[in-house]
Design a protein around this ligand. Structure first.
Ligand code: BGC
Length: 741
């Protein structure tokens, strides 16, 4: 990784500090994460290898030869390229020729917080730690490629994979994705960034033809992929299932050849999503390198026997095959799977990795409401706590359709509280609500939310009674509600925002008997929590939060950790307020047209003046902050300069805490349509109680550019801009006017 050293950055960019410096503020000042370019030093060796290979051996490297690896050429010392899912940690070992677990015992891994959680830290260092830690686990499992990160955009709150993706904002998305990829690849493994691109819904994902206008594509849906390629130097990218402008993404010349390779200079390999390939010669010519898939004889894949036949029939030249084989060999050398060289050592399920997962989890929990300092829980005089909800015990490392993690440690919220509370306090647990799926549909591509003979929302009166009794007889009640990874799942989108399993009714009943009730949501995507929020004194939002999720949550509830997570997406009041729904452009049918254009997420809410339940970037703390003396280094810039924004973050409360300063830009007199606000910079800073930190946020002027479709390039429009500094998209404390020459 190349970055300005913390010390140098500190000297260069930090101005007056009037308090003990915090670790976070010093090291996070100007770190720019840059990946390592794929080298060409082995090219002669690679040419020689390819010249010795038969056509069959070459083509064996271009398709799955097991569920998660390509073919080896043992006689020449070329190994299989071994892959593993996925975003939550290294997936359990899958059988070579079916989706069934391999049933081995050495595949236990650390379960890391899901993408939404990681993004909610708003902390690039956490993403880098995440990548490093996972990279070591991948090496311990002897894999070469992690099918991660998943960085599609949260276009609709209902998206089945919202929990796995990061954000509705392209800037936050790339600022988390890049350090993650860099961290991962530092461990001599490849990231495989997915799913390229416009795979923002599960409904009809296998064929839906996505229509996005060019400017929106460039400004919203591609920036994180572009940064993954240009900055993080991701060694691999995964072609998505869906179509884009009429062509499947794994045979999309515009996306794979023109944009990815010609424009962005991608040197790595394009791997298909599993069974996302639909043609032989066309896929290869359009830029796909490896076809992966679901069980069928591997020689029947499009890039297997059919490709051998196509070469023999003269439909494609063998020299074209060589090109792809060379790309694959280059990345194998790059991660030292070939060519000797000491490869990074691995370790898995270690205490150190669990602690990495803890650190991230502790920074991603979002405090949504805290009337009269109901939290952290004050235990004086508390003899008993009611812990209510199926989610208090629910584990999410596995579940639903798609990649999970087989782990030896998943601390549930209930276990977390037991670990952290003094034994003198009695815990009265009641499940309260039960998961009710239509058993017939369970496991059917995630479509388990259909109503069965008993509706999904029906409460069990005995369980409700038990919960109410527990709340009545306890001094305090904590309800763990939300969803889980069976309900939020790959391969199907949710139907609506309602909290399933009758939770809303249950929570109201508990609140009625014990006003000292804290509600904690464990979920990966927005839900309709408006009424519950109104009625509860304190509301906390947690995620599918990894091996140590329960401990982190208990530490937040009890005040050992001061929450500092911020929502990476907007929590709407109604689904119809959300842009894709308001414009009636979700989910579409055979095709879907992103009618809201640039106005995804808060860009829509803020431009149209629609009040969300909680805005993008929002999250409370146990302390209070004042943002003061906001200024820029100059008032006028040219397009190659960097704007330095300075602001004092004062901790005006009684405990130390971390705040995320966010800088949005706006250009009201623009000649092109723009959102009223666009995130352009942010920084998380630890400030001691009573202290103040001077934060510097650097914004390259080029971040203010829009994509000029007719000129086919990014253009910084000259004129006046307003920088809006605040701690959510809706809480702006300071506006600064600047001019771009
Ligand atoms: C998912 C990918 C995943 C692949 C292999 C697909 O269904 O879309 O994200 O990496 O399966 O498990």
């Amino acid at each position: 990784m190349i970055y300005l050293s913390a010390a140098l950055a500190f000297v260069l960019f930090s101005s007056c500090k009037n308090d003990a410096k915090s670790e976070v503020s010093e090291t996070a000042q100007t770190e720019e994460y840059q990946g390592k370019e794929i080298g060409s030093e082995h090219d002669a060796e690679i040419d020689k290898l390819v010249s010795q290979m038969t056509l069959e051996e070459k083509i064996g490297m271009l398709h799955g030869n097991s569920m998660f690896s390509t073919g080896a050429v043992e006689r020449l010392g070329i190994p299989e390229l071994k892959m593993a899912d996925g975003p939550l940690g290294v997936r359990e070992e899958i059988s070579r020729d079916s989706w069934a677990p391999a049933g081995v015992t050495n595949d236990f891994a650390t379960y890391y917080p899901a993408g939404g959680g990681l993004a909610a830290t708003w902390n690039a260092e956490m993403a880098h730690t995440f990548g490093n830690s996972l990279g070591e686990e991948l090496r311990a499992r002897d894999k070469d490629m992690l099918l991660s990160p998943a960085i599609n955009m949260v276009r609709t709150p209902l998206g089945g994979r919202t929990y796995e993706y990061m954000s509705e904002d392209p800037f936050l998305n790339k600022k988390i994705a890049v350090p993650l990829i860099v961290g991962l690849q530092e461990k001599d493994v490849m990231a495989c960034v997915k799913h390229y691109a416009a795979n923002n819904q599960e409904t009809n994902r296998d064929f839906v033809d996505v229509q996005i206008d060019e400017r929106t594509l460039r400004e919203i849906y591609l920036p994180a992929f572009e940064a993954a390629v240009k900055e993080a130097k991701s060694y691999a990218i995964m072609g998505a299932y869906n179509k884009f402008r009429g062509e499947y993404l794994c045979e999309n010349d515009y996306m794979l050849n023109k944009i990815l390779r010609d424009e962005w200079g991608f040197k790595g390999i394009v791997v298909s999503d599993w069974a996302a390939v639909h043609s032989t010669v066309k896929s290869l010519k359009s830029g796909l390198d490896i076809e992966m898939g679901t069980p069928k004889p591997f020689n029947e894949f499009f890039l297997a026997d059919k490709l051998i036949a196509a070469v023999k029939a003269g439909e494609i030249a063998e020299s074209e095959i060589d090109l792809h084989v060379k790309r694959i060999l280059r990345v194998l050398f790059q991660v030292k799977a070939m060519g000797g060289g000491e490869r990074a050592k691995g370790s898995i399920s270690t205490e150190a990795h669990y602690q990495d997962a803890y650190k991230i989890a502790a920074e991603d929990i979002v405090l949504l409401k805290n009337d009269n300092n109901a939290l952290p829980l004050k235990l004086d005089g508390v003899k008993s706590i009611a812990v209510i909800g199926n989610n208090a015990m629910k584990k999410n490392s596995l579940g639903g359709f798609g990649a999970g993690v087989k782990t030896k440690r998943e601390v549930t919220p209930l276990e977390g509280l037991k670990n952290r509370l003094p034994s003198s306090i009695k815990i009265n647990y009641a499940e309260g609500y039960v998961e009710r799926y239509d058993e017939k549909n369970k496991g059917k591509l995630g479509d388990i939310t259909l109503n069965g003979p008993v509706t999904i929302d029906e409460l069990d009166p005995a369980k409700v009674q038990e919960a109410v009794e527990a709340a009545k007889k306890s001094d305090v009640a904590v309800i763990f509600a939300g969803s889980n990874r069976d309900y939020e799942t790959e391969a199907s989108d949710r139907r609506d925002l309602h909290l399933p399993f009758g939770q809303e009714e249950l929570i109201k009943k508990v609140l009625a008997v014990n006003p000292r009730t804290i509600v904690v949501f464990v979920a990966g995507a927005p839900f309709d929590i408006g009424e519950i929020t109104q009625k509860s004194p304190a509301v906390v939002w947690s995620w599918f939060n990894g091996s140590e999720g329960g401990n982190a949550l208990a530490d937040v509830i009890l005040g050992k950790v001061n929450p500092s997570g911020k929502l990476p997406w907007t929590m709407p009041k109604n689904i119809m307020d959300s842009p894709a729904h308001a414009t009636k452009s979700f989910p579409g049918g055979k095709s879907v047209n992103y009618a809201e254009g640039l106005l995804i997420g808060y860009r829509w809410f803020d431009t149209k003046n629609i009040a969300p339940l909680f805005p993008f970037g929002y999250g409370l703390s146990y302390t209070t902050f004042a943002l003061e003396n906001g200024k820029t280094d100059k008032t006028s810039y040219n397009s190659n300069e960097i704007i330095s924004v300075f602001i004092d973050v004062k901790n005006t409360g009684k405990v130390d805490g971390k705040e995320v300063v966010q800088v949005y830009s706006s250009k009201t007199d623009s000649k092109v349509a723009r959102a009223s606000k666009e995130l352009k910079g942010f920084k998380k800073v630890l400030v001691k109680s009573g202290g103040s930190e001077n934060v510097t946020i650097q914004i390259p002027v080029k971040e203010l550019a829009y994509y000029d479709v007719s000129a086919k390039k990014w253009t910084v429009e000259p004129g006046k801009y307003t920088l809006k500094i605040g701690n959510s998209s809706r809480d702006i404390k300071k506006e600064i006017a600047i001019t771009i020459q």
